[in-house]
Design a binder for this molecule. Structure first.
Ligand code: FMN
Length: 223
């Protein structure tokens, strides 16, 4: 190790903090979020300030910035305020290019799904559609929205329903990570695939003690 380059966050600009955070907190999952506006018009946009924070209640979180130019709400944030619902569509490699089209800052009312050639499938429990091509979609209702600054919200949504492509989930509810083929967001314009997959079970105390004692101890304890 060659020491650290340290940063006092109180001395950094917004942009500098952003660059350090998104470059280091990787890979981030990507939610392609579908919503509808007050007239029922469909909107879709990707968010990588996104994660699953709790299983009971089942909570997904989105970090949404306002638009830089005028601090106006992004369509996604505004639609969630109005309708109280949204759908998170997981981004697989097969819809990566379409996801990137949905990130274009289209005017409100433009249907990004149509622009990107994606198919809207009606929601079961929410007014907004899910994306048929997405391997997993979670229908959510807004649980709470945290105003964490003048221009940012963290939206917590409770999952009401999940739709998973058949064949990706088995009867033990394990999801096939290869079939899912999820994309992660790295820093800048970088992305990562999730095909370098491996298992690493958490050890019990006794398994850890055995491991610390070394191979000979493991051999004798198994006799
Ligand atoms: C992969 C990816 C991840 C993104 N993550 C976020 C994010 O977490 N928060 C955010 O405010 N914008 C994020 N954006 C930018 C929005 O997708 C973009 O501003 C979009 O135009 C918003 O659309 P809307 O106005 O229809 O909601 C991301 C863009 C890409 C390509």
């Amino acid at each position: 190790m060659s020491g650290n380059t340290s940063f006092d966050f109180s001395a950094l600009t917004e942009r500098q903090k952003y660059k350090l955070l998104i470059g280091a907190v990787v890979p981030r999952p990507i939610a392609l979020v579908t919503t509808v506006d007050s007239q029922g018009r469909v909107n879709a946009a990707p968010f990588s300030f996104f994660n699953c924070l709790s299983a009971e209640p089942a909570i997904l979180a989105l970090g949404v910035e306002n638009r830089h130019q005028d601090l106006a709400f992004k369509d996604t944030a505004r639609n969630i305020r109005i309708t109280g619902v949204f759908t998170v569509n997981i981004v697989s490699d097969s819809i990566l290019a379409a996801m990137n089209v949905c990130a274009v800052p289209f005017a409100p009312g433009i249907d990004e799904l149509q622009e990107a050639g994606l198919t809207a499938a009606a929601g079961d429990k929410v007014a907004c559609p899910r994306i048929a091509e997405s391997p997993v979609a979670f229908e959510c209702k807004q649980h709470v929205t945290l105003e964490i600054g003048a221009s940012r919200q963290i939206v917590l949504g409770e999952v009401l329903a999940a739709h998973i492509h058949s064949g990706l989930v088995n009867d033990r509810l394990h999801i096939d990570p290869y079939g899912l083929d999820a994309i992660g967001r790295m820093g800048g314009h970088g992305y990562a695939r999730t095909r370098d997959y491996f298992d690493l079970p958490t050890m019990t105390i006794s398994e850890w003690e055995d491991l610390k004692r070394g191979p000979s101890a493991r051999k004798s304890s198994s006799i």
